[in-house]
Design a binder for this molecule. Structure first.
Ligand SMILES: O=C(NO)[C@]12CC[C@H](CC1)C2
Ligand SMILES: [Ca+2]
Ligand SMILES: [Zn+2]
Length: 304
């Protein structure tokens, strides 16, 4: 007797309890959520500290995923659902492919692994080493960041190098802020667990964490695919200026339309400015308050 079970519960990375959509089969509960799309599901698996993907389903005998070893699994599953709901409810997008693709996440990847990534097919999260990071699925902005890489890959296809790559990174950080509205920081919930108040990146003040916030400070380098995690500070600052002026509900419509209608694989920062202006013009009119706010933001970061 197979049953969809939304009476599951779990304890996340930060020790918080949350409801889980699970699947019951032959006496076992699975992190397998069929309550979302009519087609795909949201499934969470564990690599059990190996590097073999996708790993086995995360399971529990009583539908209460409250073991310490299950915390990363709980948050990967729960936050994937939150991000699915966001793209469906806010942008009418059904999963990253807009056709209800299954969202698959694997946690406990490798050992002391201080990273998370979308590998072209699925989400992968490390546990962190407990000093630089704790389990990376414990942050909604990180999960949103990674799943937005999947959306970008299926839409604009921004090449992951130089300016288009920094834009790719910035789009992921920007949607991270659209989901995790409590601040303009990225990674703060899982970064340096023993050091309160810091973050991986700041959109409001990229310089706080060594990123440029103006075109005049663009870093020419071959490292990190042309500094994609460094130069993203420039479009990130423009995003902060736009969101703080227009609010999330207006800004996210402009960004989503730019991403899905105007941006393309080789788009650079100037193309981002024109794509966002075109989207703002479509939605609110050329010369509108919204349009002018976007123009002002990009002028302030030196992209005209
Ligand atoms: O920026 C990133 N990936 O492109 C990060 C690095 C640490 C968090 C998980 C993945 C954000
Ligand atoms: Ca955040
Ligand atoms: Zn990224």
């Amino acid at each position: 007797y197979n049953a969809v079970n939304d009476a599951g519960s779990g304890v996340g990375v930060l020790g918080d309890t949350k409801p889980l959509n699970t699947y019951f089969s032959s006496g076992t509960y699975y992190l397998y959520d069929t309550t979302k799309a009519m087609t795909g599901v949201i499934e969470t698996r564990t690599a059990a500290n190996s590097t073999s993907l996708p790993g086995n389903y995360s399971v529990d005998p009583d539908n209460n995923f409250n073991a310490t070893s299950q915390r990363a699994d709980v948050d990967a599953h729960y936050y994937a659902g939150v991000v699915y709901d966001y793209f469906k409810n806010t942008h009418n997008r059904n999963s990253f492919d807009n056709r209800g693709a299954t969202i698959r996440s694997t946690v406990h990847y490798s050992r002391n692994y201080n990273n998370a990534f979308w590998n072209g097919s699925q989400m992968v999260y490390g546990d962190g080493d407990g000093t630089t990071f704790r389990a990376l699925s414990g942050a909604l902005d990180v999960v949103a960041h990674e799943l937005t890489h999947a959306v970008t890959e299926r839409t604009a296809g921004l090449e992951y190098q130089n300016q288009s790559g920094a834009l790719n990174e910035s789009i992921s950080d920007t949607f991270g802020v659209f989901l995790d509205k409590k601040n303009y920081l990225i990674g703060e919930d899982v970064y340096t667990p023993n050091k309160p108040g810091d973050a991986l990146r700041s959109l409001s003040d990229p310089g706080l964490y060594g990123q440029p916030d103006h075109m005049s400070k663009y870093v020419n380098t071959t490292a990190d695919n042309g500094g994609v995690h460094t130069n993203s500070g420039i479009p990130n600052k423009a995003a902060y200026l736009t969101i703080s002026k227009l609010g999330t509900s207006v800004a996210e419509k402009i960004y989503y339309r730019a991403l899905t209608v105007y941006l393309s694989p080789k788009s650079n920062f100037k193309d981002a400015r024109s794509s966002l202006l075109a989207a703002a013009a479509d939605l609110y009119g050329s010369g509108s308050t919204q349009y002018n706010a976007v123009a002002s933001a990009w002028t302030q970061v030196g992209v005209n």
